[in-house]
Design a binder for this molecule. Structure first.
Ligand code: HEM
Length: 459
């Protein structure tokens, strides 16, 4: 069999797999194996990839066999295969993925630029006079409101926007909890699925959850679905509906949720890491700020400036590389048996790939712990960090995320000065990038720093 850690016969390596920050355990194991290894836990086989070239071989070149997603039983009861990010590879996934692709590619994204610019201007205003420990909440609200408008069209939720964002937030939280093997026994023993709903509390819970949220998501999508709103992702999907066979209103509504749910936390976490990098690496900060000042002058940066800000673009790439917010990405699953390097990998095997290791490959990113945007401007430049996944499941929000991050980063640099704080005794407080939180997503714990407005922020 392929290389990998040995465990007890029945539990395999289950006892060694932490439920939090699994990327660290994979990192430890990566030192023992050459780029990939297999392990098993409670009868389930896992293949773990820790090198980019092997991820390209298995997930890109063999994407037909490796683009399935393991779906936990609870996810199936609660989502009924409607949220494509967590769904198996199949016709519905393909239809929803196409909606996401066609309305979220580089050209289609131009339609959301007005939304980003207004949201970014609001963020700058909100941040003046804020306690740095409250920054994570503020960044999350920025992303929540902006993603909502991008999905449903500016102003489309009327007075209900805040309430809807809150409901979707709860929806995501309940889903996250229910997917944990510890919450519902069905996740550990899928065979119990043969029992009828009348005596299966998990099925009853799933049905209630689905029905309630199916209604909510359709209500949120209503303005775009009925033509009341002609901007945003939903309205844009309606325009391509004639060209896409079999697409339903429900699929459009749930696809907007899948995008919202997968994307809403990633950008704020990356922005929080960006602030930490600016505080810890003042040279990079200074160079980025000089570039923004020279190019944008007295008015806030816009998308037109992007091409003239190579250093800021490199800062953005380095933020994504230095602390990838999805360090162990999302697992794929083999939909067929396949062979790799002489070993057979069976259908149903979960395939993890640890982007954390790939972003810290010393041959590609020397001194990987140092925040050094210059690596992306060298000749030849370092490759873009592999943080958005591989193959047919590659993140469909990656261009949206890059647009948003560029605008937010350049505007923050334009408006604010960041530096280390001092404590009551006058000692400098140095935040630590090891002080992390999250579970699947990786973000810093709130940290102290000083943020001073450098100019009058436009009203
Ligand atoms: C810093 C920002 C982001 C990072 C690092 C990131 C990273 C990723 C990664 C690693 C995956 C897994 C890909 C795979 O399965 O191989 C993924 C999937 C996904 N991402 Fe992102 N993402 C980001 C932002 C966004 C945004 C803003 C959106 C939407 C607005 C989004 C929507 C999605 C969706 C829907 C999937 C599931 C795709 C599928 O299963 O077919 N992401 N992302």
């Amino acid at each position: 069999s392929p290389p990998g850690p040995r465990g007890l016969p029945l539990l395999g390596s289950a006892l060694e797999l932490p439920s939090k920050f699994v990327f660290r355990k994979f990192d430890e194991w990566s030192k023992l194996y050459d780029g990939w290894f297999m392990l098993s836990a409670v009868g389930q086989k896992f293949l773990v990839i820790t090198r980019t070239d092997i991820a390209v071989d298995i997930l890109d070149k063999m994407s037909l066999q490796t683009a399935d997603r393991p779906a936990l039983p609870m996810a199936i009861y609660m989502l009924r295969h409607m949220a494509f990010s967590l769904d198996n590879y199949g016709d519905r996934w393909r239809r929803c993925r196409r909606l996401a692709h066609e309305n979220f590619n580089v050209r289609a994204l131009e339609q959301y630029r007005g939304v980003y610019e207004l949201a970014t201007a609001k963020l700058l205003r909100q941040l003046s006079n804020i306690d740095p420990l409250k920054i994570p909440d503020e960044l999350m609200q920025f992303s929540g409101a902006l993603t909502y408008e991008a999905m449903y069209g500016p102003g489309s939720g009327g007075a209900n926007v805040k309430q809807n964002i809150h409901k979707v937030w709860e929806m995501l939280e309940v889903l996250g909890d229910a997917m944990s093997p510890a919450t519902f026994i069905i996740n550990l023993f899928p065979v119990l699925g043969i029992l009828p709903e009348s005596i299966s509390p998990w099925k009853q819970f799933g049905t209630r959850y689905f029905n309630e949220h199916d209604k909510l998501l359709k209500e949120m999508a209503q303005p775009g679905l009925t033509g009341q709103s002609d901007s945003g992702f939903v309205a844009s999907c309606m325009r391509m509906r004639d060209r896409t066979e079999g697409i339903s209103d429900a699929e459009i509504a749930w696809t907007s949720f899948a995008l919202y749910g997968a994307g809403v936390e990633t950008t704020p976490y990356s922005l929080h890491w960006f602030i930490m990098a600016m505080v810890l690496f003042p040279e990079a900060y200074q160079r980025a700020q000089d570039e923004v000042r020279a190019v944008a002058g007295d008015s806030p940066p816009t998308f037109e400036h992007r091409i003239k800000m190579p250093y800021v673009m490199a800062v953005m790439k380095e933020v994504l590389r230095w602390r990838p917010v999805l360090p162990a990405a999302l697992p794929h699953m083999a939909s067929e048996d396949f062979e790799y390097k002489g070993y057979r990998v069976q259908k149903g095997t979960y395939i993890f790939y640890n982007q954390w290791n790939m972003c810290r490959d010393p041959a590609v990113y020397p001194d990987y712990d140092v925040f050094r945007p210059e690596r992306f401007l060298a000749d030849p430049p370092a490759p873009d960090p592999p943080v958005f996944g591989f193959g047919r499941r590659i993140c469909p929000g990656r261009n949206f995320a890059r647009d948003l991050l560029f605008l937010a980063i350049s505007n923050l640099l334009w408006a604010y000065h960041f530096e280390k704080a001092t404590d009551a005794d006058g000692k400098t407080i140095t935040p630590s990038p090891e002080d992390i939180d999250g579970n699947i997503l990786l973000h810093p714990k709130p940290f102290q720093f000083v943020m001073t407005p450098q100019r009058e922020i436009p009203k």
